[in-house]
Structures are given as C-alpha cells and as structure tokens.
Design a binder for this molecule. Structure first.
Ligand SMILES: Nc1ncnc2c1ncn2[C@@H]1O[C@H](COP(=O)(O)OP(=O)(O)OP(=O)(O)O)[C@@H](O)[C@H]1O
Ligand SMILES: [Mg+2]
Length: 402
C-alpha cells in the first residue's frame, strides 16, 4: 500500500476521507449518518439540519449522499431571482426555455368503418418547469442541499418552503441547512410543514470525539499518539473539528512526518505549541483583537492602567481579553470566573478592578461587537456570561502573536 501523506489524511477545509469521525447524537443515540439516511428515505418529509458553523454539516451530507449526488445551493443564490425552480434549473444545467416536439395522434373518422390515424407534430416552447426538474433529480439520484437558508431574502423564504413541500411529496429529496439562532422560521415554524420535517440538530463536538481525529489520523501515518496528547489538542481545538484537523496537519508538517518517516517521529509539547502558533498565522482576527483592545473612544483621554504580575501595565479592555485567553480555554465564562481570572492577572498590591467595572466594560465591548461586521461577532456578553461564538477567535487569542 502506498504511504499516505499528511495532507491527504488531515483535511481542515475539505472532506476528510481518512479521518472522518462518525458521531452519535445524544438526542437519539443514533449516529448522525444513520439519522440523515433515514430522513432522506422518508418521502414527503423535508430534512432540516441545524448546527453551529464548522461543525461538519456539509461533510455529513457529503458522507451520506456522496459528493457527486449533491446539488448544492445557498440562500444567497436566491438574491437575484425570485423563481425557485429557475435557480435550480440553472444550477443543474437544464435549459430554462427550450423546444420539444410534441407528437399528437389525431384520429379522424371519415366513414363509419374507416378510421384513419395521422400523426401531427407540433413544435412547442416550454419553460423547464418544476416537474421536469423533479424528474431529473429522481432519475439522477440527486439531492438538493440548500445551505445557509437564512441568507435567502426573507420575502422568498416562505415561497421556497412551499415549493419544497410540494416537491417533496413527489419524491424530490431536499435538505435545508441553517445556523442556530438564525431565522429559519419559514422551515421549522411553518405550520404547512409541521409533521413533515425531519429535524437534525448537530451538537458541538466533545473532547472525546475530537481526540479521535488525531488518533485515527496519526495512526494512518504510522505514528502512535498517546491519549493524553490527543486530549491536549482536543482541549485546544475548542469544539472545532476543523481546528483539530488544522493543528494535526501543521504538527505533521513541523515534524516533517512525510519526509522523515513515522519511526523517527517523537511527538512532544514544544512542537505542539509551535504548531498552535503556526495555525494562527492564517486566522483573520488581528483587526478584531485590535479593535476590542482599543475599546470605546476615549476622546483623546488616557485610560487608567493596571500593573500586572508579568510587569506590564494594561487598561481594562486589554486585561479582559487576556482574562478570556488564559488557561483553561473555556467556551463560556461567567462573571465570577472573569473576576477570578482578572484578580490573578493583576499585581497583588496594585489597584483592583471591581465587578461593576468589569461588567460595564464587557457591555461596552458587546456594544462594539454588535455594531461591527460579521467577522467581529466573536463573543456575546449576555446574562453576566461571556459566550464564545467563534472558537477560532479564542484559539487566536491564546496563541496568536499580537
Ligand atoms: N465527521 C467529521 N470527521 C472529521 N472531521 C470533520 C468532520 N466533520 C467536519 N470535519 C472537519 O471540519 C471541517 C468543516 O466541516 P464542514 O464544512 O462540514 O462544516 P459546516 O458545518 O458545513 O461549516 P459551515 O457552517 O461553514 O457551512 C471539515 O472540512 C473537516 O476538516
Ligand atoms: Mg457547510
């Protein structure tokens, strides 16, 4: 057998053929693959998949349906057309308007026993309609995967849902994918579709599941990974299988696994940390971190700074970001925990930051975040709790140089 290369094994941006991990959904104790297969086999039902970004929604569809059988559209494909079927026809390359020969048998009766049949051909224009497309999908075993449904224009969402409902009764197979907390009421709260929906909620990845990516992948490369070592990477990956794949790939590169051969490889923490830092290089959060550190405008006034145990003097916003970044990495942090972390960072005999100051500063960061573009939506401050919305941001905060 030919030796696999690390970039064939670890695939942070594509279908991971060699490191695909099958997960069991805690709701139902079946694998996601089983549930999706089941869902697609129920005619008359529309499948709705909801899950946080980068949790493997697309990869799941590819695994179950096969890349060649997926017709993939996104909500934003409907921005320039209000005709659902027209958009699909274009995508699969069916001509929208065509001609076909229609042969009609006309029966003429001239006398009582003399029946003459003649064939009359007429040319007719047709618009490739719904039925043609549905037939085509059935014949070619295609499944429509409509990603980012929330990006479809709101006034179209109900019409899309209606078209899908109707098509699905005719054995058309379709999956609608959305992010949690994004408007997909046209699907999940649509009375028309109630009782006709297969709901699949993708849960965040657990450390045990993330570990499998490293263990399986390095195993394929002939390198044995200890459980503890895999766990370290899993903790750092913060629920993201993509981050796990990236870190493993970069670790393989840094160790030159492909060149030096598996037997000479020694996995160690120094190299691991190096690969964490390397992984942050392509993450686009430099501006985000700078903007948050700057905080709200001070109109030229200098902000109060606090002396930290490492000797640095930082203002409240930089200290808050540092507090979010330190060990252990957490995806949600309570105000008490924030206060704890900040106290640990600030020098004992120096000025302290009290809870109210921390709360109001976090609120100001929240105000900056919600009034900024989507790349800035990295955490949410709500009910005295920080919720990290973007695991890659926290990873950058921990390991990026800024
Ligand atoms: N089951 C899996 N096993 C191993 N790795 C996975 C799995 N699912 C996802 N990944 C990794 O995560 C990456 C992102 O997955 P995918 O693109 O499917 O996420 P998504 O939920 O569709 O993201 P988006 O919200 O951006 O559409 C994959 O390219 C792969 O590296
Ligand atoms: Mg996707």
């Amino acid at each position: 057998m030919e030796k696999l290369r690390s970039n064939e094994v670890f695939k942070p941006g594509a279908f991971p053929e060699y490191t695909y991990i099958s997960r069991v959904s805690s709701e139902l104790n079946f694998t996601y693959e089983f549930r999706l297969k089941q869902a697609l086999n129920t005619s008359g039902y529309l499948t709705s998949i909801i899950g946080p970004s980068k949790t493997g929604k697309t990869v799941l569809c590819e695994k179950v349906i096969g890349i060649d059988n997926i017709v993939s559209l996104t909500g934003s494909d409907f921005k320039n057309s209000n005709n659902f079927w027209e958009v699909i026809a274009k995508k699969v390359g069916l001509s929208l308007e065509g001609e076909y020969i229609k042969t009609q048998s006309l029966t003429e009766q001239t006398t009582v026993d003399n029946v003459k049949t003649k064939n009359v051909s007429t040319r007719e224009k047709y618009i490739s309609n719904k039925d043609t497309i549905i037939e085509y999908f059935k014949n070619e075993s295609l499944v429509l995967v409509l990603d980012d449904f929330h990006y479809a224009p709101e006034e179209l969402q109900f019409d899309i849902a209606y078209q899908l409902k109707d098509a699905i009764r005719k054995e058309f197979k379709a999956i609608v994918i959305s992010l949690p907390h994004r408007a997909d009421d046209a699907i999940r709260k649509n009375a028309d579709l109630s009782g006709r929906l297969n709901l699949i909620n993708i849960e965040p990845w657990k450390e045990e599941e993330l570990k499998e990516i490293a263990i399986t992948g390095f195993g394929k490369l002939g390198v044995k990974v200890l459980d503890d070592f895999a766990l370290k990477i899993a903790v750092e990956s913060l629920t993201s299988p993509q981050l796990m794949q990236s870190i493993c790939l970069n670790l393989s590169l840094i160790l030159s696994i492909d060149e030096s051969g598996a037997s000479n490889i020694e996995l160690n923490e120094v190299k691991l940390h190096e690969s964490y830092r390397f992984t942050t290089i392509n993450l686009p959060y430099k501006e985000v971190v700078n903007k948050l550190k700057e905080g709200p405008s001070t109109r030229g006034q200098k902000r109060k700074t606090y002396e930290l145990i490492d000797g640095k003097c930082l203002d409240v916003y930089s200290i808050l970001l540092k507090a979010i970044a330190i060990n252990p990495p957490m995806i949600s942090i309570s105000l008490d925990e924030v206060k704890n972390r900040v106290d640990k960072l600030i020098k004992d005999n120096g000025d302290k930051l009290d809870r109210n100051k921390l709360k109001s500063s976090l609120q100001k960061l929240q105000d900056i975040i919600i009034t900024s573009e989507s790349i800035y939506q990295v955490f949410e401050w709500k009910d005295n709790q920080i919720y990290i919305l973007d695991p890659l941001f926290l990873f950058y905060l921990r390991w990026g140089v800024s």
